[in-house]
Design a protein around this ligand. Structure first.
Ligand SMILES: CC(C)(COP(=O)(O)OP(=O)(O)OC[C@H]1O[C@@H](n2cnc3c(N)ncnc32)[C@H](O)[C@@H]1OP(=O)(O)O)[C@@H](O)C(=O)NCCC(=O)NCCS
Length: 186
């Protein structure tokens, strides 16, 4: 897939910026740049855990026999300058998947030119082609990307907070559950 995305706004206002970008599906050779840009995103968002996995992990997960993610890249002059990574979520009983956007990142010097919107449009196209019920994502409440999501038609799910169970709390609860199940004779 390739979508040409003309530069938005007044070209004279930003002469150093390129006049056109290409959005395309990622290839195995893009994995190192997917990792670099995801790492930059994590640093920008202050995520303490950092990037997970080796190049081989990313290759197998994205391009192996049963891929667990799909990626599109934004490119200019052969340089990858933006990424979006997403995956299908299957819900019991549903005949249609949802598409979950894991990561969206554009290099700072190329922002506010329509690339984020174009990358999301590519995800919407993939969702439509896969017969998905909707596209979903999580975002921190202070992230200005929320404006982009509202402007592209995303709606906030009311009264819905994201919870995770991890680390020692996960182990503690899993162990207590095992004891409970044994007590119940399971
Ligand atoms: C979010 C992100 C991908 C947007 O990329 P982009 O190429 O600038 O997006 P677009 O140019 O298509 O859309 C920009 C629109 O989004 C909103 N927006 C995005 N970033 C914004 C910012 N820093 N401040 C204000 N509005 C912003 C505005 O509505 C803007 O429209 P405008 O330029 O006409 O005012 C980019 O800012 C980024 O990589 N941020 C860091 C990573 C991140 O937060 N990812 C999302 C995690 S949920």
């Amino acid at each position: 897939m390739a979508v040409l995305c003309p530069t938005l706004g007044d070209p004279d206002a930003a002469p150093a910026l390129p006049s056109a970008f290409q959005i395309r599906s990622a290839k195995p050779g893009d994995v190192p740049m997917l990792m670099v840009l995801k790492q930059k995103m994590l640093i920008e968002e202050g995520v303490p855990t950092g990037l997970q996995g080796t190049v081989l992990d990313w290759l197998l997960q994205g391009f192996g026999p049963t891929p667990s993610y799909t990626a599109h890249v934004a490119e200019h002059d052969g340089q990858v300058i933006g990424i979006v990574i997403f995956n299908e979520r299957r819900i019991a009983g549903w005949t249609r998947p949802s598409i979950y956007v894991q990561d969206l990142y554009v290099e700072p010097e190329h922002r506010r030119r329509g690339l984020g919107r174009a990358l999301l449009a590519g995800v919407a196209g993939a969702a439509r082609d896969r017969g998905a019920a909707y596209v979903e994502l999580n975002v921190r409440d202070e992230n200005p990307a929320r404006q982009l999501y509202h402007r592209t038609g995303f709606e906030m799910v009311p009264h819905c907070l994201v919870y995770v169970l991890g680390g020692q709390a996960l182990l503690d609860f899993a162990n207590s559950a095992a004891e409970l199940l044994m007590l119940a004779g399971m």
